[in-house]
Design a protein around this ligand. Structure first.
Ligand code: PGA
Length: 255
């Protein structure tokens, strides 16, 4: 059975003190109000500089996990200012977001480069949260289904079925990120079902059914329930609403 996941992408927000306070609040409420039997995996993705400190706050054996927002695509070397997968593993982190549209847009990340990150993460036992999604002109041209499937083909289809099943996919339409303009549940379901069929075409339906596909883009406590009720939506990657502990937890309780 595929996992239900709610992951908070804090982006470049919160200083150390604020980050630790948000993390403790989320962890405390999550442990108090969400029982492990609810089957929801909660992932906190603070900035790199907060990871080691947030790690210490996360109780072992609970349903709360730690994630990074990015990693470098080479294993190590002369890459001043960058963070390697090996460094993340040493903390350890459990998850790492790769291919977020902000990284694609502002840092020129391509599907091929994201595939390199994916390979390193898998080799080091860290779960990649692979982001994909189309910009508004692509949706308006009605080529969005093929466009996002192509992102998946180019970054994921070199994997074995066994490795593919270790990947979490996050569909994040760019026009919905940080805009307050969420995809409707019908739009999300259409894309998620399409992506699952695309995976099934290559790996078979049983493998495709095991992959968690999260929705991201202005997801909040008011729309999460409807989105998560869709057959192929297995949770969310939450930006703005993950910066408020109560909102984030309410989203995690929306299954
Ligand atoms: P948002 O961001 O929830 O603020 O729209 C989502 C994301 O970029 O992961």
């Amino acid at each position: 059975m595929r996992k239900k996941i709610v992951a908070g992408n804090w982006k470049m927000n919160k200083n150390l003190e604020e980050g630790l306070s948000l993390a403790s609040e989320v962890i405390n409420i999550a442990v108090d109000e969400i029982t492990p039997s609810a089957g929801v995996t909660i992932v906190l993705n603070p900035s790199f500089v907060h990871l080691a400190s947030v790690r210490k706050l996360i109780p072992a054996g609970k349903h709360v996990f730690l994630g990074a927002q990015n990693c470098h695509h080479k294993a190590s070397g002369a890459f001043t200012g960058e963070i390697s997968v090996e460094m993340l593993k040493s903390l350890p982190v459990d998850y790492t977001i790769i291919g977020h549209s902000e990284r694609r847009e502002y840092f020129g990340e391509t599907n091929a480069l994201i595939a390199e990150k994916l390979n390193l993460l898998l080799a080091n036992g860290i779960t990649p949260i692979f982001c994909c999604g189309e910009a508004l002109p692509i949706r308006e041209a009605e080529t969005h289904l093929a466009y996002v499937a192509q992102q998946i083909t180019e970054s994921l289809f070199h994997l074995s079925a066994e490795d593919l099943q270790k990947v979490v996919i996050a569909y994040e339409p760019i026009w919905a990120i940080g805009t307050g303009k969420t995809a409707s549940s019908a739009q999300a379901q259409e894309m998620h079902a399409h992506l699952r069929q695309h995976l099934a075409g290559k790996y078979g339906q049983d493998v495709a059914n095991e992959i968690s596909i999260l929705y991201g883009g202005s997801c909040n406590p008011s729309n999460a329930r409807e989105l998560f009720a869709c057959a192929d939506v297995d949770g969310g990657l939450i930006g703005g609403a993950s910066l408020k502990a109560r909102d984030f937890i309410e989203i995690a309780k929306s299954f």
